[in-house]
Design a protein around this ligand. Sequence first.
Ligand code: NAG
Length: 192
Amino acid sequence: MKKILLFCGVVLVAIDAIVANPCANPPKIHPKACCDFPMPLPEALVASCVGQYGAQTKRVLESLLSGGPPRGACVAECLANATGLITGTDVNVEMLVGGFKMAAEGKPEWDAVCEKGVTTCASMVKSLAPAFDEAAKLPPLDPADPICSAGPGFMLFCTIKTLFMDCPAKYYKASPECDALKQYAETCPLSF
Ligand SMILES: *[C@@H]1O[C@H](CO)[C@@H](O)[C@H](O)[C@H]1NC(C)=O
């Protein structure tokens, strides 16, 4: 009986959390599995940055999903450092658009989508600079974590979200999971 009550209690708390914050549980499917968007970042570089900073960035994402304040993701800063595409909140728009267009070679449907996405996100990053400066003053989630700038992570997230939302029909794979992800991205400020 006690066990059943405890179980019911846990379920109620879980339901409460979901109702209170429907955005806390993003669909598990990766956006790239739903929309084949171009990505100019070399896989080996991504793997290297995830290997070095994956744990820190996972903590940051979990904190953001549970409603925590903005924080820098070191995986994204590592990518930004290695490519020279972003310094703090300064995005090299021309170079980044060029990279996306190169990655989308032979798929002209993407050109305008990438240009609009990168330009819009870069100006959002600029306007969020004061909030990102505040974020850099927060203590790390784990005492051993480095503190990173929030600009690169926001830029990466914003760009992927925009490309996914504006995915040309030809590259969108409709399925219940993907449609749920799209719905989530439309209603939750912090999507995937
Ligand atoms: C990125 O470069 C800056 C400036 O050189 C450095 O302080 C920072 O530690 C680097 N970040 C990562 C994640 O490698």
